[in-house]
Design a protein. Structure first.
Length: 147
C-alpha cells in the first residue's frame, strides 16, 4: 500500500501520523480509539503508551510483513480479530487469517496449518500469562485485566 498525502513536508506527516497519533486519533476516530495515555517516558524512544479502544469496537487487524514465518512463499499474513462475549463468561476470539503469497506461489493446507498452529501457541502463552496474573491481586494485574 502507498498513500499519497497532501501534508507537506514528510516530517510533518510523520509527526502527525506517528508521533502525535495519541492526540489526533481520539479526536478523529473516537468510535475506534477512546484515549491514549502516556504511562512512562517523555515522548522519545522507549515511551510506553496505553491505548483505550472504544468498547463497541473490540476488533482489530494487523499484518505480518517480515520474519521467518513468511519464508520465501509469503508476501504477508493478515489477521482480522474480533473479541466477543462467550456464554460461559469468557471470551470468543474470532480470527480470520489471510495468506498473501508471492506471485503464483501456492501454500498447502499443511503449511497454512503449521503457521496457524505456531501463532496459536503464542496466543495460548499470552492467555496463560493473563490467567496467572488474574489470580494474583496486584497493580500490574489490574492494569492488564482492566484494559
Amino acid at each position: 500500500m502507498e498513500v499519497n498525502t497532501p501534508i507537506p513536508p514528510p516530517q510533518k506527516a510523520f509527526k502527525s501520523f506517528v508521533l502525535d497519533y495519541d492526540i489526533i486519533f481520539p479526536k478523529v476516530v473516537p468510535h475506534t480509539i477512546k484515549s491514549v495515555d502516556i504511562l512512562e517516558g517523555d515522548g522519545g524512544p522507549g515511551i510506553i503508551k496505553k491505548i483505550s479502544f472504544a468498547d463497541e469496537n473490540r476488533s482489530y487487524g494487523h499484518s505480518v510483513i517480515e520474519g521467518d514465518i513468511l519464508s520465501n512463499k509469503l508476501e504477508k499474513i493478515t489477521d482480522e480479530n474480533k473479541f466477543e462475549p462467550a456464554p460461559n463468561g469468557g471470551t470468543i476470539v474470532k480470527i480470520t487469517t489471510k495468506f498473501h503469497t508471492v506471485g503464483d506461489t501456492e501454500m498447502t493446507e499443511d503449511e497454512m496449518k503449521k503457521v496457524i498452529e505456531s501463532r496459536a501457541r503464542v496466543f495460548k502463552a499470552v492467555e496463560e500469562y493473563l490467567v496467572a496474573r488474574h489470580a494474583k491481586p496486584n497493580k500490574e494485574r489490574s492494569q492488564l485485566m482492566d484494559t
